[in-house]
Design a protein around this ligand. Structure first.
Ligand code: IMP
Ligand code: MG
Length: 168
């Protein structure tokens, strides 16, 4: 399979500068950025380096079981290591698709006393199963299965510097 470029390295760079500027002015006192592993690791590292305010960094990893039933069951494989109570937490995710993952995580952090917002590099609104939208979105895309810049297909393609879709 080959990957056809959809969003270039330069477009990603420019978008991150734009997002980082907005996020920095929304959080003048700083924030805790919490990346969702593994897909968000590259976006997270570029985003936090572009912020103009102090950012603590944390990570979580979720396991989602998407069986035949439409509602994927989600559990935490790795929880946050930093305190959540009264913290301003920005969930940093590669892509929002059905919305189940981020809605579950938002709930998880809210229940633990955090003020939670979401930053997703990509948004695929066409497959949403829950009414949720990111507070900060990089690119809204059609219903492509995309890879690169952290996103994988069976653990391949994460290291591509651009975002592409797969073609047989
Ligand atoms: P959601 O719970 O359906 O919103 O799932 C979001 C997660 O599914 C993301 O964090 C990705 O790991 C994965 N995912 C959804 N769409 C894609 C895609 O097009 N490429 C790669 N991973 C995807
Ligand atoms: Mg992910």
């Amino acid at each position: 399979m080959s990957s056809i470029p959809l969003i270039t390295e330069n477009q990603i760079k420019e978008k991150i500068q734009e997002l980082a500027g907005i996020i920095s002015s929304d959080y003048p006192g700083g924030l805790t950025a919490c990346g969702v592993l593994k897909g968000a690791f590259i976006f997270m590292s570029d985003l936090v380096r572009s912020l103009q305010v102090p950012a603590s960094c944390d990570f979580v990893k979720v396991a989602s079981y998407k069986g035949k039933a439409s509602s994927g069951k989600i559990s935490l494989e790795l929880g946050p290591s930093l305190p959540t109570e009264q913290k301003k937490i920005l969930l940093v995710e590669d892509i929002i698709d059905t919305g189940l993952t981020l809605s579950w995580l938002k709930d998880y952090f809210s229940k633990r006393g955090a003020e939670v917002k979401i930053c997703a590099l990509l948004d695929k609104p066409s497959k949403r199963k829950i009414d949720i939208s990111p507070d900060y979105t990089g690119f809204t895309i059609e219903d492509y299965f995309v890879v690169g810049y952290g996103l994988d297909y069976n653990e391949e393609y994460r290291s591509l510097p651009y975002i592409g879709y797969l073609k047989e």
